[in-house]
Design a protein around this ligand. Sequence first.
Ligand code: TLP
Length: 359
Amino acid sequence: MGQVLEKSGRIIDLRSDTVTKPTPEMREAMFRAEVGDDVYGEDPTVNRLEELGASMVGFEAAVFVPSGTMGNQVCIMSHTQRGDEIIMESMAHICTYEVGAPAVLSGVQIRTIKGTYGVMDPAEVEEAIRKPNIHFPRTSLICLENTHNRSGGCVIPIENMKAIYEIASRYGVKVHLDGARVFNAAVALGVDVKEITRYCDSVQFCLSKGLSAPVGSLVAGSKEFIERARKARKLLGGGMRQAGIIAAAGIVALTKMVGRLKEDHENARILAERLCQVPGLYIDMKTVQTNMVVVGTRGLGVDGPDFVAALKKRGVLCNADLPHRVRLVTHREISRDDVEEAARIIGEVAAQLREERSS
Ligand code: TLP
């Protein structure tokens, strides 16, 4: 085992905020949760979570789904028809990390637009919306992602969302927000999350990332939309039974865990500032807006997966999200001390690799 493990006996896991475990308060709530069969709409804890989630993001209704991926897919399925085209940013989670699901499950094709820090130019979005022509598919949906994962957790400005939403409305096209980390965006902007979610027709947000619940996401929208989404969830096998057990943790996530996300953002900033000092590593500080730090390794002459493997030996876990880039994510189980320790280890590993490359 690496030095860190020898010294502190602990691993610093910066792979994702998905690794967070439920808090003692969540476990207590799970233990005590009142439950029923949710496919019959009879689980009081799920019903409470859905009402709470819907009201927090300013929609009429919500449905509890097992994952962010299912949340996005249920929304795509409910907004589109087979053969439609949906527009999103070229590095969106939906087209990068969801196994081609829109094509498989909904029979739609994706049209991508290259963004800057995850932000699409509204004029390009308007141009990409298909105008009537017998040859063209119908554009039925635009998907936004806030925060934007592959750009390093960047926040999509509210003005940009508003501009795209207004264009979409003019063409009768719906807007879905992949808000896996929308509460990180709200905290970073210092606004109520409703200020963000007002510019979409549906949103999915994850309870199991920085908010630390063990499982689950919510999909929110109009009553009529959520009825369709509930049916799509059933079709995908996501109709759960006594799901109040996990919904109980989700209620704690929404009521107790949002405010603390700012600690994760502060820790990410400190980590980024430290790593900026390491020769061979590249960080675009403009991307360090929430709880992620993406680090270019090209300057070290090392590719991302090799850097990940070298760090793992020293007890620091992270992921390579591009061939020459690693992603570090801060979360509730990463303290300020962990960040300092991780920065120190990453600096040492980088120095060692640099030396090896130059000898
Ligand atoms: N993202 C995960 C991995 O899939 C990459 C992570 O570690 O960041 N939308 C966005 C923007 C996401 O970042 C994720 C998860 C999802 C959707 C999917 O959520 P889950 O993992 O619950 O299906």
